[in-house]
Design a protein around this ligand. Structure first.
Ligand code: AMP
Length: 374
């Protein structure tokens, strides 16, 4: 059923993904009610209604559910009891099963492998002895990760020597952990995929992601790889969305191995930083697609009208450049409204468009990101 304009979307989480979703929702005539522990956060600033409460405040969640027509989230680490309560009161899209799978790297990899999708080789480890045994199987180097609560490279350690094991095992928490075989990749790519209430699936174009200090720095759309790989990545994302019976939007991150094979690293059932290029390079952005899927609207084709480079603005150093970014012709700025620019914090991004098919090479991209404003 299509939610009519004027309906209220409940958004759990108050960060920039909620902000940009709320902006798209407003354009389609919806009101957004944000539930977040933070007052005047990025999403609350642009939302019609706000609840400021902690994610385990069941009374506040009950009142919130009463006041909305459908619930979605931009924050994945919601306590299970909170999610269960919401699901009993209103449609939650995407649903609890998807959230549970994406919150736990071992459930995620098991699900993907069962669906016939390649991941890194992995072993769940609960003790140092199990870690030592897993290293015997997977070899070194290998990557040790927490199964839960990891993001932007937090909660993981690269193991190069047997001596690294005890310290890394001690340091990482919460347990259990997962040991992943090292993937010798040439490129990191991702695909945003949406699935509607009626099962219709659309995939945005495959993009390349480049990281700095474990945080996304640049997204290049489309990824500079052959058309076969681009299409293969999109079909993997579509299979993931179908197998999960997703209603909403999700990001699927993959490695392109040295042999040209695709290995899925992570799935995120929400709008994703690597989809921000769609805001300016596609008639229907990832955020509008998310809102459409959640509200039962038809999904338009996820076409792009332009090639694009997205540059993240991280922490105080990048934000010091904001006036120059505004003064540089051709950059399309997006500010998240965060009051404090802590190091490593995502503060905004800008997109730079190119005619479709005219994405420049390496030097051209570097040139296109230069700030010429005073
Ligand atoms: P994640 O937290 O899983 O997104 O990992 C953060 C980053 O660590 C990835 O973007 C990769 O650059 C690197 N990484 C993660 N897992 C592996 C792996 N199994 N092999 C090689 N590099 C990895």
């Amino acid at each position: 059923m299509m939610l009519p304009p004027g309906a209220v979307i409940g958004m759990v989480g108050g960060g920039q993904l909620g902000r940009m979703s709320a902006q798209s929702a407003a354009r389609l005539g919806y009101l957004v009610h944000v539930f977040s522990p933070e007052q005047y956060g990025p999403a609350s600033q642009v939302a019609a209604r706000n609840t400021v409460a902690s994610y385990d405040d069941l009374d506040a969640l009950r009142r919130f559910a009463d006041e909305v027509d459908v619930i979605t989230f931009e924050f994945e680490n919601l306590p299970a009891a909170s999610l269960e309560l919401l699901e009993n009161l209103k449609p939650v899209r995407p649903g609890a099963r998807i959230l549970a799978i994406s919150q736990d790297r071992t459930l995620e990899k098991r699900f993907l492998n069962d669906a016939g999708i390649a991941t890194s080789h992995w072993v769940k480890v609960e003790t140092l002895a199990e870690l030592e045994a897993a290293v015997e199987v997977l070899g070194l180097p290998a990557v040790l990760k927490t199964t839960r609560l990891g993001y932007d490279g937090k909660g993981q350690a690269m193991l190069r020597d047997p001596e690294d094991l005890p310290h890394a095992f001690e340091r990482l928490s919460p347990k259990p952990l997962v040991l992943e075989g090292f993937v010798n990749f040439g490129m990191e790519i991702s695909v945003m995929v949406a699935r509607g209430v009626d099962g219709q699936v659309v995939t945005f174009d495959t993009v390349e992601n480049r990281h700095k200090h474990h945080i996304l720095d640049l997204t290049i759309a489309p990824a500079p790889v052959g058309s076969n790989l681009l299409a293969q990545a999109q079909s993997i994302a579509a299979v993931v969305a179908e197998q999960l019976e997703l209603v909403g939007l999700m990001g699927v991150e993959m490695f392109v191995t040295a042999k040209g094979e695709l290995v899925v690293n992570e799935i995120a059932p929400r709008p994703h930083n690597s989809g921000h290029w769609t805001m300016d390079a596609c008639p229907c952005s990832q955020f509008e697609m998310h809102i459409r899927a959640v509200c039962g609207l038809p999904l338009p084709p996820a076409v792009r009208h332009s090639d694009a480079v997205m540059k993240n603005l991280i922490g105080p150093d990048d934000m010091a450049l904001w006036p120059r970014i505004l003064a540089t012709p051709g950059l399309i700025p997006h500010h998240y409204g965060k009051s404090e620019a802590r190091p490593g914090r995502k503060m905004g991004h800008f997109n730079r468009l190119f005619p479709k098919g005219a994405l420049p090479g390496e030097l051209g991209i570097e040139d296109a990101l230069k700030l010429t404003g005073a």
